[in-house]
Design a protein around this ligand. Structure first.
Ligand SMILES: Cc1cc2nc3c(=O)[nH]c(=O)nc-3n(C[C@H](O)[C@H](O)[C@H](O)COP(=O)(O)OP(=O)(O)OC[C@H]3O[C@@H](n4cnc5c(N)ncnc54)[C@H](O)[C@@H]3O)c2cc1C
Length: 432
């Protein structure tokens, strides 16, 4: 781009979407002094339009440290949780302590609306970052050669505005309009195993145990899990996670959700005298998909680039790590040291390496946990031996926390060792 053309630009980078992917990218570019515009059609005191349950692990917190976000800022709107309980009622319950990862031995249950707002207001620290909320992306602006050179956007019913930049980043979530306007192709899609999730916040639920307020997963081994995520102020997010082909809501998803909760006495017992306070949210047939990463003048990031089942709670980490990679790759392009094509190539390669193994692991886990219904005998033996084995427990949480590589955390040797130790424990118990 000529010096003359650069002078007529409004910004160097336009980011569409201001939640984990967009806001953290803006913060990183802002720390370099890059002139960034980040827009969001929402007011950013709201839940994401695509609903999200609330867990983040220490690897995500470390990335938030890197953008200078003080943990106290989001801790104030979150609940700290150091124990995970997996309950295969009536067969067994596994209590798993969160091991130390990246200096933290806890996860957070977030209020997404407040967390996203904390991220958004963090951008005020960066003088080169301009934010506009309530401003919707409408279309891409291209030059005669088809290269993206800006956006057309609109505030409410106001007039459409054209804003120019050297590149446009779509951080606008899993139904990305930037991706659609750019004509991004779906490059991987796995509809064969999909889940449907419904959830709502509750109060008055008896969620305390001897180990405090753990995250609790009630696993049936029959295509349905019910999860209890502690939030601040005594609230609990209660989510149903089911294989999608078993969900027929008959026109009333809310009644269906209530029915699922009533189906299991253990869940009913936990809900006790509690009642729902939050809105009823959810998503049917959650897609597992990668889009094309970008093209001339445009790039996708976060859920706009790839999204997957929430079973492993990885979406926010993925959004944050992709922002880190994109910042590192876009910086030399913005500085005029590299052209766009190699920038996009490097970003695509690094993001693939950083996210594909977890994508595959999540698909495997989704299939294993919701679709392969193990015989009760296997739940009572092999699955119990593994989930109650301290080494397995630690490795499992460190895998979720991105402290262990998704492709290596679970080995046949570990499974054999869990089985051997489990048999010994059972024999000792019988003997005693
Ligand atoms: C049921 C469910 C549960 C989940 N649970 C977890 C969990 O426990 N832990 C976890 O880490 N992840 C979880 N996720 C995933 C997580 O929510 C996402 O991965 C994460 O929000 C992605 O962040 P993002 O910034 O890419 O997109 P989003 O958070 O979707 O933000 C996109 C933003 O773009 C804006 N936007 C969209 N269109 C336009 C437009 N035309 N103009 C301007 N702005 C626009 C939207 O208003 C929105 O603010 C869950 C997802 C689902 C579906």
């Amino acid at each position: 781009m000529s010096a003359e053309a650069t002078r007529t630009l409004d910004f160097e980078v336009i980011i569409v979407g201001g939640r984990p992917a967009g806001a953290s990218l803006a913060a990183r570019l802002g720390a370099r002094g890059v002139r960034v515009l980040v827009i969001d059609k929402a007011d950013l005191r709201s839940q994401p339009a695509v609903p999200s349950c609330p867990v983040i692990y220490p690897a995500a917190m470390r990335l938030l440290d890197e953008i200078g976000l003080d943990e106290a800022a989001y801790a104030a709107v979150s609940e700290r949780c150091a124990v995970l309980e997996i309950n295969f009622h009536p067969h067994f319950k596994a209590t798993i302590e969160v091991p130390s990862m990246f200096g933290r031995d806890y996860v957070y249950g977030l209020d997404r609306a407040l967390f996203d707002h904390v991220l958004w207001t963090h951008l005020e620290r960066f003088p080169s970052v301009t934010t506009r909320r309530g401003f919707a992306f409408v279309d891409l602006v291209r030059d005669a050669g088809g290269e993206v050179i800006g956006i057309e956007g609109q505030e409410g019913d106001g007039p459409k505005e054209t804003i120019r930049a050297r590149c446009v980043v779509g951080a606008d979530g899993r139904f990305s309009l930037v991706a659609r306007r750019a004509g991004a192709k779906v490059i991987a899609d796995h509809p064969e195993h999909a889940s449907t999730v419904y959830f709502s916040d509750w109060v008055g639920v008896d969620a305390s145990t001897a180990t405090g307020r753990p995250t609790q997963i009630y696993a049936t081994g029959r295509g349905t899990n019910v999860m209890f995520f502690p939030l601040r102020d005594g609230r609990i997010c209660v989510a149903t996670h089911m294989r999608a082909d078993r969900v027929d809501v008959g026109g009333d998803a809310e009644a269906f959700y209530d029915g699922v909760l009533q189906r299991y006495p253990w869940v009913q017992e936990r809900l006790g005298g509690g009642h729902r306070v939050g809105p009823f949210l959810g998503m049917k047939r959650i897609a597992n998909r990668y889009m094309e990463a970008g093209g001339p003048g445009w790039i996708l990031i976060g859920d706009a680039l790839h999204h997957k089942d929430p079973v492993d709670g990885q979406g926010i980490y993925d959004a944050l790590i992709e922002a880190k990679i994109l910042d590192e790759e876009v910086a030399p392009f913005v500085a005029g040291e590299r052209s766009f094509a190699p920038t996009l190539d490097a970003y695509r390669r690094r993001v693939d390496a950083a996210t594909r193994p977890m994508f595959k692991a999540t698909l495997d886990r989704l299939k294993r946990e919701l679709y392969e219904e193990p015989p009760t005998l296997v739940i009572k033996t092999l699955i119990r031996w593994m989930l109650t084995d301290p080494e397995y427990q630690s490795r499992f949480v460190r895998f979720l926390g991105r402290d262990l590589a998704p492709e290596t955390w679970l080995t046949p040797a570990l499974m054999r060792a869990c089985a051997a130790r489990g048999v010994v424990r059972d024999v000792r118990r019988l003997w005693a």
